[in-house]
Design a protein around this ligand. Structure first.
Ligand code: ADP
Length: 414
């Protein structure tokens, strides 16, 4: 197996699988810690965890167990996938998980990587992360409810999460080419640096990094979907032909994302919408689920949505606590997905939001996903089978991904 990826959420895992598949490598997404006794034919396995905001100890345990399974399959490249906006806090989880993976790999192991993903506007210069034209700390991520990113200097951010020294591979070295990067990596490692974050502004920079690190011993690569796609481009062949057709069956849109882009997508959707009220989801989830299912049964392209403006989300969080409100909404959306498949003939589901997608995938009990068709950058339709053997077409969309008309356009095949 060429590449083994540990992703800290399911939408990120699907984003990676889309990029790797487009580069001509076969990819499989596995939900949760994989069973080492169940290998795969895919050239790239992406383990989808729900560890971005989990307690550090849980994130470390799940990541180490996943890495052990991947290493037992002799992966050539071990890759830690985190968010392109480096979503984390001073407690982790990027640093603690990377440290634990280095412990697994060996005493002189090093992590090398970058969250830069130029095609979605994430670039790194002098160790500072930019979102479009703005520094990370001036983007909407500075106000993220769980992982507010108020410091754009990633060397400093990661430095607060690990006791191992952190250093930067500057853009000059990257632009000077493969050998210059290798020399810089050797110099930094000789000086005791164990986490190396690289500047990258264009896809070509990522290609240089992928080539420079190929075959390096005792290295864990890390970053977002950009660098792993570059690794796949290095070893992959041309992307293959036409995608498989979508399964027949009814369609369903589910949104639990609170992100700006998803709010715009919900607002732009011209079809029928069932709005989930977070208060009602906490007080009487069964009634909300029943009402949502009655709505789904009667609409051709139903959208069941909890997406609300920030003040409304804050009101629910103030009343019930953020964790309880989120869990109630996730429970309702997960159950609606599961009952819609079991009872209403729904086979094609688009889900907006990372945590929401994790909850829906869990409720559907799907274990393995394969890319069928990429709709938009980082947004693929995935094929899966549920425990009853029903073939499902699932699109797990990260909150800020996809064009504004995605909820309508995603269904257009060909
Ligand atoms: P995103 O990160 O794009 O906002 P996620 O699904 O990852 O999407 O996270 C959104 C979280 O907010 C989910 O846990 C969801 O259940 C919760 N949520 C969604 N709508 C509401 C709401 N109206 N009130 C409170 N919490 C909500």
């Amino acid at each position: 197996m060429s590449i083994g990826v540990i992703a800290d959420d399911i939408t990120g895992a699907c984003d990676v699988a889309a990029g790797v598949t487009s580069a001509g490598l076969s990819a499989e997404v596995r939900l949760g810690i994989p069973d080492a006794a169940e290998p795969t034919d895919a050239a790239c396995v992406v383990v989808a965890l729900k560890s971005r905001t989990a307690p550090s100890a849980d994130a470390v345990a799940a990541s180490v167990a996943s890495a052990a399974a991947l290493r037992s399959w002799h992966v050539q490249t071990l890759y830690l996938k985190y968010c392109s906006t480096f979503d984390s806090t001073d407690e982790g989880n990027i640093g603690p998980v990377a440290d634990a993976l280095l412990d697994l790999v060996g005493p002189t192991a090093a992590s090398i990587g970058t969250p830069a993903t130029p095609r979605v506007g994430r670039t790194v210069h002098r160790g500072h992360l930019f979102v479009g034209d703005r520094l990370l700390s001036e983007s909407s991520l500075a106000r993220h409810p769980l992982t507010p990113m108020t410091d754009p200097d990633l060397v400093r951010v990661l430095g607060r999460q690990t006791s191992r020294p952190v250093g930067c591979i500057p853009i000059e070295a990257v632009r000077a080419g493969v050998q210059a990067v290798r020399d810089r990596i050797d110099a930094l490692r000789s000086a005791g640096v164990r986490h190396l974050l690289a500047d990258a502004v264009e896809d070509e920079d990522l290609d240089v990094l992928a080539t420079a690190t190929a075959g390096m011993p005792d290295v864990v690569l890390g970053g977002a979907a950009g660098l792993v796609a570059a690794v796949a481009r290095r070893v992959g062949t041309a992307a293959d032909g036409r995608p498989a057709p979508a399964p027949s069956g009814r369609r369903l849109l589910l949104s639990g994302s609170a992100s700006e882009r998803t709010r715009a997508q919900v607002a732009a959707f011209a079809g029928r919408v069932f709005v989930i009220d977070a208060d009602a989801a906490v007080r009487d989830p069964e009634a909300v689920i029943a009402a949502a299912l009655a709505f789904v049964a009667g609409a051709e392209l139903p959208l069941v949505s909890a997406t609300a403006d920030p003040p409304q989300v804050h009101r629910a969080q103030a009343a019930w606590g953020a964790v309880r409100a989120a869990a109630a909404v996730e429970h309702v959306l997960g159950r609606v997905a599961q009952r819609a498949v079991a009872d209403l003939g729904v086979r094609r589901i688009l889900v907006a939001g990372g945590e929401t997608s994790g909850a829906v995938a869990q409720a559907l009990q799907v274990r393995r996903l394969h890319v069928r068709r990429v709709v938009s950058v980082g947004v693929p339709w995935m094929t899966a089978a549920d425990p009853a053997g029903r073939r499902l077409d699932l699109c797990f969309k990260s909150g800020n991904f996809g064009e504004v008309d995605l909820f309508t356009r995603a269904w257009e095949e060909g």
